[in-house]
Every structure is written in C-alpha cells, then in structure tokens.
Design a protein around this ligand. Structure first.
Ligand SMILES: C[S@@+](CC[C@H](N)C(=O)[O-])C[C@H]1O[C@@H](n2cnc3c(N)ncnc32)[C@H](O)[C@@H]1O
Ligand SMILES: [Zn+2]
Length: 172
C-alpha cells in the first residue's frame, strides 16, 4: 500500500500543540496573502457512507458538496489526512473552492493557521469556542454560515457548497 499522506501541508507549516485545542497547524515561515497552505486529500463519501464511517474517522472529513465529504478510507490513513486546522472567529486562512486552503492575509512565522468554520460547515453542532480572539462568538454552530453579518464579513471566502447555499437562499 502507498503510505504517502493523503493531504498536503505546505513546508512553511508544522503541526504542534495548540492553545485552542489539541494539535493545530502553525506557520514556521512567513506566508504571503494568497499562498496555498494546505490541500485536503482523501476518498469521497456520500452522506450515508459518511454517517456509517464517522465514528471511526471523526474530525478527518471536510464537506465538499451538498451531501458529499472527503475523508480517509480507514483509521491507518487518519493522521496523514488531517490538516489540524482549528476554528477561529478571527481566521487567517480560508478554503478556495473545496479542498485548497489559502492565506487570507500575510501570516507571520509562529501564528496558528485557523479558518472560521462558518465558511466551510453546514452541519448540526454547537461548540464552545476557545479561539480567545477579541471578536470570539463564544459558541459556534454548524449553521453560522446563515448569519447575515458573517455572510457579509466572509464574502468571497466561503467554501463552494456554502456559497451555493447562500446564493440559493438569496434567490427565494
Ligand atoms: C478537525 S479537528 C482540529 C484539530 C484538533 N485540534 C486535533 O487535535 O485533532 C476538530 C476539533 O478541534 C476542536 N476545536 C477546533 N477549534 C476549536 C475552537 N475554536 N474551540 C474549541 N474547540 C475547537 C473541536 O473539538 C473539534 O471537534
Ligand atoms: Zn471564537
């Protein structure tokens, strides 16, 4: 079996302990706005397939379509599929499309790379946020993308499937 990691993380990044939660992804060199910092790889699951796998492979997926997810095929691939990006209410990276993460601004070596899950998630969850930023929402939810102020703030930074949902909800 090919044991290369499924996901790609820029050599300007490193996974280490995070004050936000567990392990996080950090810049080890200065990163310029627009640089690609990571690309998620894996296997495509539909909603039913992911529901059956989620307990084993928890937290390793990202949503790439209305009912589609990308995640490792098995537990042995989990580590290499993870990007370890924690959520922040003041993020410095975002998804461009479905699997490519880019820097939203210049990032200095040492900063943790975080994205706002409002830009990627459409799911049924609530989480007490430990990002510690001045504008922390306190509790984040899998439906934060629906908040008008976040739709304004992250215009142009939403994952492809969320952007489509926002456009569909504006048409009604
Ligand atoms: C994709 S993992 C992120 C990597 C994780 N830190 C690890 O070590 O595996 C997602 C989990 O990280 C935690 N997490 C990420 N951002 C968080 C935040 N801002 N506040 C609290 N927990 C967070 C949550 O427990 C969430 O289920
Ligand atoms: Zn927060």
């Amino acid at each position: 079996m090919n044991d290369r990691p499924l996901s790609w993380r820029s050599p300007k990044t490193e996974v280490r302990h995070s004050p936000i939660h567990g392990r996080g992804l950090f810049a080890v060199a200065d990163i310029a706005a627009g640089d690609v910092v990571a690309v998620k790889g894996g296997y495509i699951y539909d909603a039913a397939q992911w529901e059956a796998a989620r307990e084993r492979l928890d937290s390793s997926e990202i949503q790439v379509g209305e009912h589609l997810f990308i995640a490792p095929a098995d537990v042995a691939q989990w580590e290499g599929a993870m990007l370890f990006t924690n959520h922040s209410c003041e993020p410095n990276i975002a998804i461009d499309g479905q699997i490519v993460f880019v820097a939203m601004r210049d990032i200095a070596a040492g900063e943790e790379l975080t994205h706002d899950w409002a830009t990627t998630d459409d799911a049924d969850f609530e989480l007490e946020c430990h990002c510690g930023t001045p504008s922390c929402r306190g509790v984040i939810s899998g439906r934060d993308w629906q908040k008008p102020e976040l739709q304004r703030r992250y215009r142009g930074w939403f994952a492809w499937h969320i952007q489509r949902r926002i456009e569909a909800s504006n048409d009604t």
